[in-house]
Design a protein around this ligand. Sequence first.
Ligand SMILES: C[S@@+](CC[C@H](N)C(=O)[O-])C[C@H]1O[C@@H](n2cnc3c(N)ncnc32)[C@H](O)[C@@H]1O
Length: 200
Amino acid sequence: MEILDFKMAHDENVYPPSEDSYLIIDSINPTSCFRSLEIGVGSGVISLHLSKEIPFTFGCDINPHSLYLSKKNALANSINNLHLFASDIFSSIKNGFLFDLIVFNPPYLPIELHPRELIDLSYHGGLDGGEYIRTFLCNLGFYLSNNGKAYLLQSSLYPLKNTTNFLKNKNFHYKIKNKLKLDFEILYVLEISFSKNIKV
Ligand SMILES: C[S@@+](CC[C@H](N)C(=O)[O-])C[C@H]1O[C@@H](n2cnc3c(N)ncnc32)[C@H](O)[C@@H]1O
């Protein structure tokens, strides 16, 4: 998607629009999508882009400050087709409610300590950095439509093979859509769909 210049407010309790957010936006192809979901909206920057292209856009977060800021940013940009709600990954979504596009830029840093502030939830990916990626992937098949696509950001701090082996075993097809080399890690955006469009 083209990167747009939205009016964005900030909040110190919320993950700000960053390199990884823009890497995902640049990777997304929203063609023929009717209903999308972003997990972990943060400031809302990805969801605002989705709502310019897709009629029904949904976004959730576990951090209430993120939901408030995303709503504020949607209103400041006259966006009224973004529906925001609280959820722990997919926990608030009825099983079988399907989306054509699902996006997740997860917390992915390997950190031993438990999160102390709500903002920490943006970074803490559990002991090995893969805790939220695994929960997302284990449940993705229940929410992605037959021809749908999911976009997942992953860092080289968590082995990419863990994710690609999981996807192969679960009969998902994937492509590395984008890559960005930073000082201490490489960021990847994976585009995931059902193999041969057969849902298992
Ligand atoms: C790396 S930030 C990404 C924010 C935004 N999507 C972006 O790209 O700028 C991760 C987001 O996921 C949210 N998050 C963390 N754990 C979550 C969970 N279990 N369920 C839903 N959202 C979660 C955080 O609060 C944070 O807003």
